[in-house]
Design a protein around this ligand. Structure first.
Ligand SMILES: *Cc1c(COP(=O)(O)O)cnc(C)c1O
Length: 358
């Protein structure tokens, strides 16, 4: 830390993203990216944009928002686009939470919430997940806080029924409820259908997971028009060109390939069932997942030990050093070949462990 950093930032703990190692080729099952590249139309759309690189991107992102409106059946004035959904979360926290409107979120959820809250000096309350690591909707009913819920939740993979989400939104009419739907395309039902009914609901989504665009950074916000206007006031005050022209072009092309991505999500769901079953056969405790990852633990060894041994064998998974979940690993669902390799390596590791103990 330099002597020049202002006091307000001296105590922040930055987010630690999952490793993106460049040292050797790993089977990367640690950051919930899609294992599938986008279709050719997306590559062509990006290439077609190069000739206009001297021009600023469209701050209103009209073409992309029109396509979003079509694809999601959402009025265009209810849509804002962001540089990844992490930016959407930051904008929403800035706009709708502060000392008077503190945040509430689960003790085990997306690690970025805490980081963004601290960056913006927003106080927050952690609401513990239940014993089985579920979000319990009743814990959020009428609590008079700005609430953020990842649904399905990360890293557990558990999904909260939309009726439960509605209960939370309805019972906190004075506060904004943010639903982070990064993984909604892998089996859940989006709360976006409730936007017309409640003016205190924000739904945030991303192109990073189900739409194979993590590297392009594209996220979105769905909310009532006044809410979107507030988000835009902050967006224009920070970075009006937050979504670059290549990403806009890629986003439009991706949305036109709905069938391609629906098929890929179906493949991920199949591979997920396969992986869950294989892990259970090997004695793992696996939480039923509604996402493109599974959260699993074994009595045979600690979560960190398994993570390190897998890494040693060229397979990266994500381990969180947090007390309640330290026995678990979060494993991204990849191609069936990748999952076969994962299971093979786990079998080896379990066998080596047994031999050690004999
Ligand atoms: C991956 C993820 C995001 C962030 O995705 P972006 O790449 O910034 O769009 C947001 N929320 C959750 C719960 C995630 O897992």
């Amino acid at each position: 830390m330099s002597d020049f950093l202002v006091n307000g930032y001296k105590n922040i703990t930055p987010y630690v993203p999952g490793e993106q190692p460049r040292d050797k080729k790993y089977i990367k099952l640690n950051t919930n990216e899609s294992p599938f590249c986008p279709p050719e139309s997306v590559m062509n759309a990006v290439a077609g944009q190069v000739a206009d690189i001297q021009l600023y991107s469209d701050p209103e992102l009209l073409n992309l928002r029109r396509q979003m409106s079509d694809s999601f059946n959402m009025p265009i004035e209810c849509i804002a686009m962001t540089n990844g959904s992490d930016e959407a979360l930051n904008l929403a926290f800035m706009a709708f939470a502060d000392k008077q409107k503190p945040l509430a979120f689960a003790d085990i959820t997306y690690g970025f919430y805490k980081v963004i809250a601290e960056l913006n000096a927003i106080p927050y309350t952690l609401i513990p997940l239940s014993e089985d690591l579920s979000v319990c909707a009743d814990d959020y009913v009428g609590i008079n806080k700005t609430i953020v819920i990842a649904n399905p939740n990360a890293p557990t993979g558990k999904y909260l029924e939309i009726g439960e989400i509605e209960k939370i939104v309805k019972s906190n009419p004075e506060n904004i409820i943010i639903i982070d739907e990064a993984y909604i395309d892998f089996g859940g039902e989006s709360a976006a259908a409730l936007i017309g009914k409640y003016n205190n609901l924000i739904v945030i989504g991303t192109f990073s997971k189900s739409r194979s665009m993590a590297g392009a950074r594209l996220g979105y916000v769905f909310a009532a028009p006044e809410i979107i206007a507030d988000i835009n006031a902050i967006r224009y005050s920070m970075n009006p060109f937050n979504v670059n022209a290549f990403t806009e072009a890629a986003g439009i092309a991706v949305l036109k390939e709905q069938k391609y991505f629906d098929d890929k999500c179906d493949t991920i769901k199949k591979n997920r069932s396969w992986t869950q079953q294989k892990l259970r056969e090997l004695g793992f405790d696996v939480i039923d997942s509604m996402t493109n990852f599974v959260f699993a633990m074994t009595e045979a060894m600690g979560g960190k030990e398994l993570y390190l041994k897998l890494k040693d064998k060229g397979v990266l998974v994500r381990h969180f050093d947090s007390e309640r979940i330290k026995n678990y690993n979060r494993i991204t669902i990849g191609t069936i070949e990748q999952m076969r390799t994962l299971i093979g390596k786990i079998e080896e590791i379990l066998e080596e462990k047994q031999n050690e103990e004999c």
